[in-house]
Design a protein around this ligand. Sequence first.
Ligand SMILES: CC(C)(COP(=O)(O)OP(=O)(O)OC[C@H]1O[C@@H](n2cnc3c(N)ncnc32)[C@H](O)[C@@H]1OP(=O)(O)O)[C@@H](O)C(=O)NCCC(=O)NCCS
Length: 188
Amino acid sequence: MAIDYRTVTSLEEVAQILDLQAHNLSTAITPETALTQGFLTVRHDLDILWRMNQVEPSIIAKFENKVIGYALVMLPGFAHDIPVLQPMFDLIDQLAIADINQGKHANWFVMGQVCVDEKFRGMGVFDGLYQKMTEVYRNKFDFAITEVAARNTRSLRAHQRVGFKDIHQYSETITGETWHLIMLHFKH
Ligand SMILES: CC(C)(COP(=O)(O)OP(=O)(O)OC[C@H]1O[C@@H](n2cnc3c(N)ncnc32)[C@H](O)[C@@H]1OP(=O)(O)O)[C@@H](O)C(=O)NCCC(=O)NCCS
């Protein structure tokens, strides 16, 4: 199957990302599907996502010219635009993760969300997205950070498989959701 891995270049691709996102939000699927297939928490706004992509483009997988998978690239400067992610950025600050890269000033971004169309799961698209991300960003950034809900075991396993390491775990007081903060070094 010919799947292309590339960076976002058009507003139409961003709209297709949001379409795929809409179908995979925890509010759009059954609890059973969320447990076996994974689920998304953050809903992005078209305008903000387009601006994010103009700064550093996200990675997409396309089949027959349609987006069937994506991994978002979010620079720390966008934390204020997506309030639901602010606690994660605060935590990253508190943990001083940006400084742990052997004491150097590190360049990093947050992998803001990853999703693969259900018809294309288990086919290596997830790995393809991260391979492309590494190829595009390894010379510019030291690492990517993201967080995955503990109950999203499918996503956690896939992230561990491509090399993400656990750096912290915490539970939200209001929702009770437990999150794994994980990071992927690009340089080794
Ligand atoms: C999470 C997601 C991006 C992973 O892509 P994928 O193509 O399904 O991933 P893969 O099939 O390559 O890997 C999934 C891993 O979970 C395992 N897995 C499959 N079903 C599982 C299940 N029900 N429970 C736990 N693990 C499961 C697979 O065996 C594989 O691990 P392995 O390589 O160690 O065997 C995709 O499932 C998805 O988009 N889900 C909905 C949205 C989502 O959850 N996004 C991530 C938010 S953090």
